[in-house]
Design a protein around this ligand. Structure first.
Ligand code: NDP
Length: 479
């Protein structure tokens, strides 16, 4: 069994505690590697290395820093197959998804921010008797903490802008899916990234994650994960007046109008609901359908959902793999039971999954679709983060908007209509940070990414990320 190492001061090293926990392959329920349990001593060493590396790294030209990121991006591309297989083994997602989405996106993240930093500029304001210009300086040593659902994709989405803008980084992947972060540290070594610039500490959230956040020498925390964890990080950071970027949970509405292209909408929403087993913060989970097409939509949607194949992630004919862990599977199942208690009618989901000898103990679950749930019930209000969606009916645009906005989350939404004016009207009023019209997860890395309400604070992506990882300083010169 492979033993994962921390990446500190440019080297792969064991944790100070010499303690490890098993990393489980969710498709087989078997351990396939061991994860270090890092502690304060590892953090101390990582901080010292990062602080030592900071002056030189922050003073490199943007182009020189970008060159390192490009090298890393190229190495991710060269190792695409190994990384995709590792990601699939660690998360349970279909290897085909990791091969076409997760790993290419990790490479694009590095490349995108390499280019972005060479184009980044700060403002100048010319007045009658003076001119002001703004410097944007890196912050110092920052933390990047990421979740298990899109491991390398989200890990690099934070690390790339942090490094590009001249910070040194202490990063922590989820202990549930640490493997590609470990492979990434090997890639950084191969790319010759100067030692200490990036340090990767493995271990659990409440231990090493919390220790990183509690440490006052960390100048900013970029976090993606659950709303409860995000709240804790905000509480710890507030008295330090420290910058935080919080990308949190979602309960994303999809609004389907009678004038939509029905077949395209059904296809789009099957994808939006069940890609990555529904374990994407952006997945649609509450689908609101205009009454005039409710029955037609339902029939077509259920037919397509029933046709989705669930099983071994290495079999390219499967659309869905395993959920990430036994614990998460139990959580999702408990919501399925709750939906029934709350009066929901199950339209599909309890069909048998045919598994082979190798995957018979894996954490598989068929996509579940409910109807007849009230908008206020817990199933329609709380984030499930699995393959469970509800179909709900509305009579008119105003009601659709009101149902969609009656939720504490505000991450992403989608609107399905052929009426462009309606799309603009709803886009303007719906309470989510991201709105897709007749599409889902169509991502342009230059756009602001993030949620409102309980879905977080701040925005990632493009200039927003580079602004987050820098401190503006205004200089005023009198003529
Ligand atoms: P968690 O909040 O449990 O964990 C996220 C990360 O934080 C993990 O690395 C975790 O470590 C770490 N962590 C946990 N507790 C602490 C702590 N006290 N201090 C510091 N770090 C801590 O979320 P999940 O991993 O379960 O991810 C799922 C959640 O992420 C969902 O709510 C989902 O919506 C959200 N998400 C949001 C996205 C967005 O862009 N808005 C994108 C993707 C997911 P460990 O796992 O090792 O315990």
């Amino acid at each position: 069994m492979e033993i994962i190492a921390n990446y500190i001061n440019g080297e792969l090293i064991p944790p100070h505690s010499a303690k490890y926990i098993d990393d489980i392959n969710p498709a087989t329920a078997e351990a396939f590697d061991q994860i270090p349990l890092s502690d304060e001593e590892d953090l101390k060493y990582a901080l010292a290395s990062a602080e030592k590396a900071y002056p030189e790294w922050s003073e490199l030209s943007a182009k020189d820093r970008a060159d390192y990121l490009i090298k890393i991006s190229d190495l991710i591309k060269e190792n695409l197959e190994d990384l995709a297989e590792a990601e699939s083994k660690d998360t349970g997602k279909p290897v085909q998804l990791a091969r076409t989405v997760d790993i290419p996106r990790a490479s694009s993240n590095m490349e995108f921010f390499a280019h972005a930093i060479t184009q980044f500029s700060s403002e100048s304001h010319a007045g009658k008797d003076s001119i002001n210009y703004t410097l944007r300086k890196p912050l110092g040593v920052v933390a990047c903490i990421s979740p298990w659902n899109l491991p390398l994709y989200l890990f690099t989405w934070k690390i790339a802008p942090a490094l590009a803008s001249g910070n040194c980084v202490i990063a922590k992947p989820s202990e549930i899916t640490p493997y590609t972060a470990y492979l990434f540290s090997k890639i950084c070594i191969e790319a010759g990234l100067p030692k200490g610039v990036l340090n990767i500490l493995h271990g659990t959230g409440p231990d090493i994650g919390n220790a990183i956040v509690q440490n006052k020498r960390i100048k900013a925390v970029s976090f993606t994960g659950g709303t409860a964890t995000g709240r804790k990080i905000a509480e710890i950071s507030a008295p330090m007046f420290r910058k935080v970027s919080l990308e949190l949970g979602g309960k994303n509405p999809a609004l389907v109008f009678g004038d939509c292209d029905l077949d395209k909408t059904v296809e789009g929403l099957v994808r939006a609901s069940f890609t990555n087993q529904g374990e994407i913060c952006l997945c649609a989970s509450r689908i609101y359908i205009e009454d005039s097409i409710y029955e037609d939509f339902k029939a077509k949607f259920i037919q397509k959902v029933k046709a989705l194949k669930v099983g071994s992630p290495s079999d390219n004919s499967n659309n869905m793999g395993a959920l990430v862990s036994a614990q998460h599977l139990e959580k999702v199942k408990s919501y399925i039971a709750l939906a029934k208690e709350e009066g929901g009618s199950l339209l599909c989901g309890d069909e048998t999954i045919e598994l082979n000898e190798h995957t018979k103990n894996g954490y598989f679950l068929r996509p579940h679709v409910f109807e007849n749930l009230s908008n206020h019930c817990r199933t329609n209000q709380e984030e499930i983060f699995g393959p469970v969606v509800s179909l709900n009916v509305f009579k008119n645009e105003q009601e659709a908007l009101s149902l969609a906005n009656q939720n504490e989350y505000g991450l992403a939404s989608s609107i399905w209509t052929s009426d462009l004016s309606r799309a603009h009207r709803i886009g303007n009023q719906i309470e989510t940070g991201i709105v897709w019209v007749n599409c889902w997860m169509n991502r342009d890395l230059r756009t602001p990414f993030g949620g409102m309400k309980n879905s977080g604070l701040g925005r990632e992506g493009g200039l927003e990320a580079l602004r987050f990882f820098t401190e503006p300083k205004n200089i005023c010169i009198q003529y």
